[in-house]
Design a binder for this molecule. Sequence first.
Ligand code: B12
Ligand code: SF4
Length: 509
Amino acid sequence: MEPPPRARRLWHPRSLRDPPRLDPDLRPGPPTPRLALLINPFYRKDPHASFGKHVLTPTLALTSVAASTPPGWTVSCWDENLLQGPPPWLPFPEVVGITVHLTFAKRAFELARWYRERGAKVVLGGLHVLSCPEECAPHADALAVGEGVQLWGRILRDVEAGALQPRYEGSYLAPYRDDPAPRRDLLPRGQFLTTTSLIATRGCHNRCAFCYLATEGLHMPYMLRDPEQVAREMEEDGQPYAVFTDNNLGSRPEYLRRLCRALRPLEKIWSAAVSIDVTDDPALVREMALAGCTGVFVGFESLSPENIAGSGKRSPRPEDYARRVALLHSNGIQVNGSFVLGFDGDGPEVFERTVAWIEANRLECATFHILTPYPGTPLFEQMEREGRLLHRDWSLYDTAHVVFRPRRMAPEELARGYAGCYERLFSHRSIWRRRPEDPAAVLPYLGMSYLYKRSNRLWYWLIRLGLTHAVWRPLVEWTRLRHLRFRRRLVARPGEARRRAPAVVSAGV
Ligand code: B12
Ligand code: SF4
């Protein structure tokens, strides 16, 4: 595929490229006892993708941890990605908890320094703390390694007692269903398309070499929450649309079936990440549709069986993907496919082949990721052993940059091909080619596609002005009503090829 002519001119305003400034001269006064602040640090947005994905739904890291704040403490959350400036400092918190991923580790450390210099105790937690604790330790008063809900209360009580430890270890073996519900009430509701991000299951039945779940030292057995508990949480947040951020909601088909039966009476719509083997059982796909599933995010990863096998993923044969996508479509479920580019089997032909397949199978949406070896994973170890890592600038380990030497092409070729895939997918021609077969579904599909994929300037202003929810809510509600009509037809005419109902946007990272 030719390098895209427009790629070099992509609109990328400064506040989506660089974090807000931390004022070095601010002297806020002494910390307020038992006041805690939780921060999701700024990360750079990829201008090739939709800016909308960052306000689709919030990360559950902060709200989950906040739920275990002990009585007597006041807690608040701040997400720098909502473009409202740096985190608050008045009144000045006694404890600041920061979630750290490798891509925004640098910013997390800057924030940690700023708050520590002014007298706050800083606690770092999150995936990067788990995979690189030695790197994080000098930037924190305490590290929360692993599962944080069980640690946060303990940490704050230790602060109160003047007995803060440098390191706390949280195990993923504790029953997940005992965790309190995330504190969604702390979120600025107007800022997200929906605040109902949910997790029903933890872990995954696969262990792909490139996935963070394969991080050395991470023991995350598959855990489930009671379907009724999940349904209650979805109901209580009062939104028409929910996003499951589980790694793979379809890992246990029997569980998914029970979950669907608990969700069905709510008459809400939702989307989730699943692996394509969820389509092994067509009856389960139908149950998902009847329970309100309007979109799935599917990690196809690659159309080459060798790449799939090489990464250790157990998955149906790529030749069978098309039939499986058609099954989801016929149940009114949109498909957002996720593709990884740059596997050892990938040459320059991979870009054209992948996008052509997406168009031929009319995937409503897709996300592309440059293969990225996350530290601690078998892939990272392999690349390091083979001397193929280009650098260790974690901020570029965001799946939008090439950080290793690909086997069958030059790094620049992979970078250009990646940009070209997005260029093509977001083009008028491609959006039109992927339109639903049902003429009645074309207009809503086009509306949603243009709003989601070709409106980055609009997204920027919606985010800055806090209007995301207000603008999307009527569209989401309309989609929900259309979906309910579709469901009634699905019940009335089982077994018949169904018309498609449009999803809002399919969840995905
Ligand atoms: C929702 C989500 C998003 C959202 C919001 C992200 C955000 N940071 O605001 C969106 C869609 C915007 C997004 C974008 C991206 N994402 Co994302 N995302 C997720 C997803 C699906 C869920 C996150 C979540 O809510 N987890 C649930 C919480 C409860 O788990 P947790 O964060 O681990 O937190 C627990 C502990 O770590 C700990 N903890 C965490 N923080 C803290 C802080 C303190 C103080 C304490 C005490 C404890 C603690 O306690 C928590 C409870 O146990 C995860 C996959 C997953 N299922 O986790 C991927 C994931 C985090 N994303 C990932 C990636 C790569 C990205 C992108 C870079 C991809 C891309 N090119 O688009 C982008 C850019 C974001 C970035 N630069 O980091 C990777 C990260 C890999 C890694 N090793 O870092 C993941 C793991 C997906 C994957 N399978 O590879 N993402
Ligand atoms: S199927 Fe997805 S979530 Fe599961 S291990 Fe593989 S990449 Fe990770």
